[in-house]
Write a protein that binds this ligand. Sequence first.
Ligand SMILES: Cc1cc2nc3c(=O)[nH]c(=O)nc-3n(C[C@H](O)[C@H](O)[C@H](O)COP(=O)(O)OP(=O)(O)OC[C@H]3O[C@@H](n4cnc5c(N)ncnc54)[C@H](O)[C@@H]3O)c2cc1C
Length: 441
Amino acid sequence: MSRKVFSPLPANDQTCGWTQALPSRQPNVSLQGEQIADFVVVGAGYTGLSAARKFAQLNPNAKVIILEAQRAGEGASARNSGYLVDSTLNDGHMSDTGLKDYRQKYKLNKVGLDCVRHLVSTKGIDCDLDESGKFHATAVPAHTAKLERFSELLTELKLEHKMLDGAELEGRLGTSYYRQALWTKGGIMVQPAKLARGYIDLLPDNVQLFENTPVLTWRKQGDNFLVSTPLGQVKTPKLLMAVNGFMASAGVKQNRAFPLTLTASMTRPLTDQEYSAIGSPKPWGLLSAQAMGATVRLTQDRRIMVRNTAEVWRPINMTVNDIAKRKAMHCRGLQRRFPQLPVDIFDSSWSGVTCISGNSAQVFDQLDSGLLVAGCYNGGGIGLATLFGEQMGYRASGQMTPHIAMIEERPTPSTLPPQPLLRWGVRLRLMRDRVIARKEN
Ligand SMILES: Cc1cc2nc3c(=O)[nH]c(=O)nc-3n(C[C@H](O)[C@H](O)[C@H](O)COP(=O)(O)OP(=O)(O)OC[C@H]3O[C@@H](n4cnc5c(N)ncnc54)[C@H](O)[C@@H]3O)c2cc1C
C-alpha cells in the first residue's frame, strides 16, 4: 500500500452553540515523538470514542491511542441537531421487498438508539435526554399526502404515532406555520455536545487521547501501519479510520462516500415574555417532510435551533464569513415560524460536516489486514456511530457478535461517479430538493 496523504484536514469554527453551552475543558496534549500502540483510532467523535472504549475494555492490557485533529468530540458529534431516530420518513406504498428493507433499517436504527439510551442511563451521562418523540411536519398542503402514506406504513409496522393539525398542532409547537405533523413515539433528543463529552469521560485508563493532532500521512509497512502527525508518529498493527466526513480525505472509500457541509443557528434562551408569546410549549424536535426542509428544535432551556442548509462545499469546512451568510437563512426560517419573536435572537451559528453515500448505506468495513473503517451515517449518526464504533471495538479484538452480523446484512454503499461529475450531480440534486422545499426551510 502506498503512502496516503490526508487532505483536506478538518478546520472547525469555534462557534457551535451546543459546545459553547458546556463548561470549558482543557484539551489533552498533542502527540510528540514515537509511540507504539495495539490499536490506533483516528477521529474522536462518537464512532472513534466508542470503538476505543470498547476495545480497551475488552483488552485491558492493550495500549490504545486516539488521534484527533482538533478538540475531541467537537466535530459533527457536537454540531448535529441531536435527534436519535428509529423510524425515518418514507413515502409509504412499499413492495414486500421495500418493506423488508425498511424493517431492517428500522431495526438497525433502533439498536443504535437503544445502545445510546443504555449508555446514558447506566453511566449517568448528563445530556438532556428527552424521550418525547419527534415530529415530521409540512407547511404545504400538497405535501400532506406524504405524511398520510408514512402514517399507513407506521400502522403496518405497529409503531405508535399520531397525526396532528389545526389548534392541537399549534398548541403543541407554539407556531401556526405548519399545516400538518406526524408525531412518532420512537425518537429521542439529546444535547449532542454533552453526549460527546460524556463519551470522552468514559474512556478507560488504557486509552491515550491526543488532541490537536491531525494525521497527515499513513501507510502500511510490513504488518504495521505508520501514522504520522506534525510532531510524532505511531506504529500499530490495527488502525481504525473513524473520520466520517473526512473519509475521502483519508484516502479510503473515495468512490463510496462524500462529505456534505451543513449549517445551523441557535437562539439565546427565550425570555419569559417571549416564551409565553409562543404559548409556553414543552420542548420538541421537528423534521421536515421534505429532504431540504428545515430541522427545528425547541430545547429544554427554551432556545430555538434552526438547521436549513446542506451543501457540497470546498474545502469542506466553512469560514466564519460563509456561516454568517447562512445565518440570514436561519433568521428567515425563524421569522416564518415565529413572527412574534424579535428578528435576530440567534447567539450562535456554526457549520458541520456529515457523510453521505449514494444509496444511504453506511460504511463498516475491513479494507486490509488490520485496517478498519466505520462511518457515513447519512445524517442519522448519533445512534449508529455509537453502535458501529462499539462493534468495531469487538471486531478489532477478533470477536464476532450478533450486532456485527446484523450490521453486515445491511446494503453496502453504491459506487459513486468520479469527480467532478459527483460534485455536479450532488449540487443539482440539492438544488432540485431546495426548490421543492422552498416553503419549508
Ligand atoms: C449540522 C448537522 C446536523 C446533524 N444532525 C443529526 C441528527 O439530528 N441526528 C443524527 O443522528 N445525526 C445527525 N448528524 C450526523 C452526526 O452528527 C454524525 O453522523 C456523527 O456525529 C458521526 O460521528 P463520527 O464520530 O463518525 O464523526 P465525527 O463526529 O465527525 O468525528 C470525526 C472526527 O475525526 C476527526 N478527524 C478528521 N480528520 C482527521 C485527521 N486527519 N486526523 C485526526 N482526526 C481527524 C474530526 O476532527 C472529527 O472530530 C448531523 C450532522 C451535522 C453536521
